[in-house]
Design a protein around this ligand. Structure first.
Ligand code: SF4
Length: 495
């Protein structure tokens, strides 16, 4: 718990919950707005959050969606309760035990959960944007208010990826860069929209759980696959209604009759050659530049990517479909007597398959993952012998959660975790002006194992006693798709 030192003359209180050591005037809050000097006491402004299993009158679990609508934030006395790190206070640099070390009974097994807010200067945010729209080149700087806060990183299948934050931007540049980076990460992690610009690329608004807004347009669809995948999926459905399909894509543009799929279906070559570098049969890279046109390219008129039509192979009346990987752009042509493509009304059977591309696209979406290293001094708030905590996490004896949400712990050294912020309660994150991000973290372990790893056994208090002493508390419903940490860990055999 944060402690205070009072100056009797001017009423100032010093907060020691982080190294900034704010001296807070009466009725004011410290730099992070999390602590205030009220009625002469150092007071945590925001509530501690507990997660509770919502039960109906038959003691059946109430689904999260229903419970979250009905819940007014008050505590339910009989419901199973998990104390989260949200609002629990920070102890960085962790020269004392964590703010709360609570015991609970799980099926007759004595469990311990160590609860804290971590102060993370080694942390970052990974953003996955499901869209075929081009946002900028790798590894272009990403800026907020003119400051670089991250960069565009390796695109994944159907998704653009951003790496934001990290210690270099937080503390390795100017003070302003660090503060803007910290604020950007906090807002993203708290599920707020953040506007960013990418050097040589787009202006984007990112918000976890929402579609991206790219250059002012709200994106709708994630592509069904690259051009080659799209041809592979839909070739049998096109075969009887077309002579050629060209799927325009920023990665791989595909030409059906040349493609393996067309050959498998015994389709004759159509003699339409597209620009770009041929990779393998019917698969072309770099048919155009990146841009806001068809399939994440700069193509506005799809005929621009046709390099030539071979008069020895093509024929008048040849039916050509050009389509993007989301099906949002499409055009139907028939070659005239001069083998020039003439725009024509698309037949219903072909339109049906184009619509099916759209039907198979998932919605455009931003996913925000918080990534942080909890393998440093934070461990000293859990045990006097920190490496034993690391080994216990590695051995899956100790469950790590953030605000009650499950995390992925990277293999290898340290406790480097990754968590989907949309699985965490709202406003889970704070900041301190060192600058660093403040995030909730909980370690749940069987009590006998906690003692064995060197835990602070003399600091363990019953969860109900702790909760009854807390004045400012908010309850949120447990998500039924999350494991209940004490339950899983209670079953662990001794190792
Ligand atoms: S920044 Fe916040 S946590 Fe740090 S000393 Fe000031 S009030 Fe306390």
């Amino acid at each position: 718990m944060a402690q205070m030192r009072e100056n009797k003359d001017d009423g100032l209180i010093r907060c020691d919950a982080c190294p900034v050591l704010c001296r807070i005037r009466p009725e004011k809050t410290g730099a992070c707005n999390r602590y205030g000097n009220f009625e002469g006491k150092l007071t945590r402004v925001d509530p501690v959050v507990v997660v509770q299993k919502a039960l109906d009158e038959d003691c059946e679990l109430v689904p999260f969606a229903r419970a979250s609508e009905e819940w007014d934030g008050s505590l339910i006395s009989q419901a199973p309760t998990f104390l989260t790190g949200i609002g629990s206070t920070t102890t960085y640099p962790d020269y004392k035990p964590a703010p709360f070390i609570v015991s609970s009974d799980q099926d007759g097994v004595d469990m311990v959960t160590v609860v804290s807010e971590g102060v993370f200067s080694y942390c970052g945010v990974k953003v996955k944007i499901d869209t075929d729209a081009y946002i900028g080149p790798e590894p272009a700087p990403i800026r907020v208010k003119g400051e670089q806060v991250g960069h565009v990183t390796t695109a994944e299948y159907g998704s653009q990826m951003l790496a934001i934050g990290g210690v270099r931007h937080l503390t390795g540049g100017s003070k302003k860069e660090g503060m803007v980076t910290c604020n950007t990460m906090m807002r993203l992690c708290n599920k707020e929209p953040v506007e960013m610009t990418i050097d040589g690329g787009a202006n984007i608004i990112v918000q976890g759980g929402e579609p991206p807004i790219i250059n002012g347009f709200k994106e709708e669809r994630m592509r069904v696959g690259c051009g080659s995948a799209t041809v592979g999926i839909f070739a049998p459905q096109w075969k009887d209604h077309v002579d050629e399909v060209i799927v325009v894509d920023d990665h791989i543009t595909a030409v059906l009759s040349e493609h393996q799929a067309g050959q498998f279906l015994d389709m004759p070559l159509a003699g339409i050659r597209v620009r770009g570098r041929r990779s393998t049969l019917g698969r072309y890279f770099q048919v155009a530049d990146h841009g806001a046109g068809w399939g994440g390219t700069d193509v506005e008129d799809p005929l621009d990517i046709i390099e030539k039509i071979d008069e020895d192979i093509a024929w008048p009346g040849l039916r050509l479909l050009m389509v993007s990987t989301t099906g949002q752009d499409s055009a139907w042509y028939v070659l005239d007597d001069n083998l020039a493509p003439q725009p024509t009304k698309m037949p219903q059977e072909v339109k049906l398959v184009v619509d099916r591309i759209g039907e198979n696209c998932e919605p455009a979406l931003c996913t925000v993952m918080f990534m942080a290293g909890a393998g440093g001094s934070l461990r000293a708030g859990v045990t006097i012998n920190p490496v034993h905590l690391t080994r216990s996490v590695r051995a899956s004896e100790t469950q790590v959660t953030c605000g009650g949400a499950p995390v992925f712990v990277w293999p290898g050294g340290g406790i480097t975790l990754l968590v989907d912020v949309n699985q965490m309660p709202d406003n889970s994150f704070g900041w301190v002006p060192t600058p660093a991000l403040v995030a909730p973290i909980e370690f749940t372990v069987r009590r006998d194992l906690y003692e064995r790893i060197g835990g602070y056994s003399d600091k363990v208090k019953n969860i109900h006693d702790v909760i009854s002493e807390l004045g400012n508390i908010r309850s949120v419903p447990w998500r039924e798709n999350h494991p209940w940490p004490p339950e899983g860990m209670a079953r662990k055999d001794k190792v």
